[in-house]
Design a protein around this ligand. Sequence first.
Ligand SMILES: Nc1ncnc2c1ncn2[C@@H]1O[C@H](COP(=O)(O)OP(=O)(O)O)[C@@H](O)[C@H]1O
Ligand SMILES: N[C@@H](CCOP(=O)(O)O)C(=O)O
Length: 312
Amino acid sequence: MSVYTSVSTAELAQWLQRYALGELVELKGIAAGVTNTNYFVTTTHGRYVLTLFEVLQLDELPYFLELKSHLARHGVACPAPIADHNDQFASLLAGKPACLVSCLDGHDVAEPNAAQCYAIGEMLAQMHKASSTFPRRMRNPRGPEWWSRTAASLYPQLPAADAASLRSEVAFQDSHRFDFLPQGVIHADLFKDNVLMDGDKIAGFIDFYYACNDVLLYDLAIALNDWARDAQGDIDAELARAIIAGYQSIRPLTAEERKAWPVMLRAAALRFWVSRLLDFYRPASGEMTYTKDPGVFQRLLEAHRTRQDFWL
Ligand SMILES: Nc1ncnc2c1ncn2[C@@H]1O[C@H](COP(=O)(O)OP(=O)(O)O)[C@@H](O)[C@H]1O
Ligand SMILES: N[C@@H](CCOP(=O)(O)O)C(=O)O
C-alpha cells in the first residue's frame, strides 16, 4: 500500500482552495506505486490524482512537472499537472511537496500484445519529438558514471562469476560512448508498470521522475527490454519488432543509431541490473523491503551479448 502520508479531507479541502477545481467530493488512497503517496481526488469539477512526494523536494519538481505539462500540451499521452492560483504546479500539503494531475483512464498491462508494443514505440517517439522544444535540462542520475561507481561498490559483495560479468560489461560500455547520437529528453524508466493502457491505446505514460536529457536510442532500449521480455526472460521477437516499427513510424533511426543498437540494449540492461543489485544488497532504510530480481537483467544482458539478430 503506498499511502505513506495520510491526508485528511479537512486539510485537503483547505488546500484545494488554492485551485479553481470546485469543492472536494471524495478522497481515496491508491494502493499501487512504490515511491510516492497517491490519492484519487474527486471534486465538483472532475477527477484528479494527488501525489505527495516522499523523496523529491519542492525545488526539484519543476523539471518533471513542467515536462509533463509541456508534453501534455503537445498531445503526448501523459497526465497534465494542474496549476494553482499562483500559477504553481506544486506546494506543500501535510508537510510534503504535493501536486494534482489529470486522472487518466486505463491500467498497466502485465502481458502486452504486439499492437500495444507498437503503440508504445510510436508514443515514445512522439514524446522524443515533442520534448525537443522543452527548455529545461536534467543530467541522467543513473548514467555511466553512476553505474561504474555503484558497480565498484558492489563487487566485493557479489559472487565471483557475477562480479566478473558485471566488471566486464562496465568496461565494455566504457569503451563505447555514444554522445554523438541524437539526444533529447528521455523517460528513462518506461517499464510496463509506468504506462496506463486503454485497450490497445495508450492512456498515458506516468512516473517521469527519472526523466532527463540523454541519448534517445537508450530510451527505446529501456522500453524494449521490459515490454518485449517474455515469460522466460528473453526477448519476444514479434513484440520487439512491433516496438521498433512503432518508433520508426514517427522517428526513423539513423544509420549510426542502428549501428549502436546492440550495445545500447546492453547498456539499458546494465543500468537496471545495477540498480536492482543495489536495492538487493543495500536496501535504503525506510524503503519498501521487497526488491525486484536483479537476475532478470543479468540474464537479459548475457543473452544480448551472444545475440545475432536485433530485430531491426
Ligand atoms: N494520472 C493518473 N491517472 C490515473 N491513475 C494514476 C495516475 N497517476 C498514477 N496513477 C495510479 O497510481 C499508481 C501509482 O503511480 P506511480 O506514479 O507509479 O507511483 P510511484 O511514484 O509511487 O511509483 C499507478 O500505478 C496508477 O494506478
Ligand atoms: N523500473 C525499475 C525500477 C526503477 O525504479 P528504482 O527507483 O527502483 O530504480 C525496475 O523495474 O527495476
